[in-house]
Design a protein around this ligand. Structure first.
Ligand code: 5GP
Length: 194
């Protein structure tokens, strides 16, 4: 997605060979116009999938996830990373190791909101080794909901998550794919269909 790539080039900062900082439009401040366009792009790429829910993980997946859900006219559910006092119903949980924070979180979703037969589109801000996406897939599997696709804002193609998820048969759509990061230098990979 050209607009996103330009934004990454203009405002993104390669902190190291593995970490990209995009706090000015995605991970801290959010650009609502860009979010809206990304939501429309995800909805287009997964057209015809009869999606009933969009599922993401707090906090940075919520912006693009909500805009996608708005375009598709379905609810957005975000998995919680911390125990919530108000989440008292039966919970579906999975374990996710964070690549950037080097910590393991138990993520939770109420089984009131993801139910058997749901056709779920997973959305997240970054795809690195794929732990977050796998945790969300696991939550869907536990309730017999079908994952119809995975939409990612920025895929780091030099890490294995995207390849592994595609090899497992998931349709993974990334709006920007990064080939390499070097301090002060960002190189894009070709876009990939399906
Ligand atoms: P994965 O689970 O695929 O290894 O990593 C995905 C999660 O880690 C995303 O939800 C995102 O929050 C975080 N993440 C991974 N790599 C990066 C990165 O280069 N920059 C930022 N800002 N977040 C990242």
């Amino acid at each position: 997605m050209q607009l996103l790539k330009e934004k990454i080039l203009n405002e993104g900062e390669a902190l190291s060979e593995t970490i990209l900082k995009v706090d000015s439009f995605l991970n801290h401040q959010m650009d609502p116009v860009l979010m809206k366009k990304m939501g429309e792009e995800f909805a287009k790429r997964f057209e015809g999938k009869e999606i009933t829910k969009v599922l993401t993980i707090e906090s940075s997946g919520i912006g693009p996830g909500l805009m996608t859900a708005l375009t598709l006219d379905v609810p957005l559910i975000f998995a919680r990373k911390r125990k919530s006092l108000t989440l008292t119903e039966d919970l579906i949980t999975s374990s996710v190791h964070s690549f950037t924070k080097q910590e393991t979180n138990t993520i939770t979703v109420s089984n009131k909101y993801i139910v058997p037969g749901d056709k779920v589109l997973i959305i997240d801000d970054f795809l690195a080794v794929g732990q977050a996406a796998r945790g969300l897939v696991d939550i869907c599997n536990q309730v017999d909901a079908e994952v119809v696709g995975i939409g990612i804002v920025i895929e780091k193609a030099f890490q294995d998550g995207g390849k592994e998820l595609r090899d497992q048969g998931f349709q993974v759509e990334s709006l920007a794919r990064i080939q390499a990061l070097k301090k002060g230098e960002i190189t894009f990979a070709e876009e990939m269909e399906g």
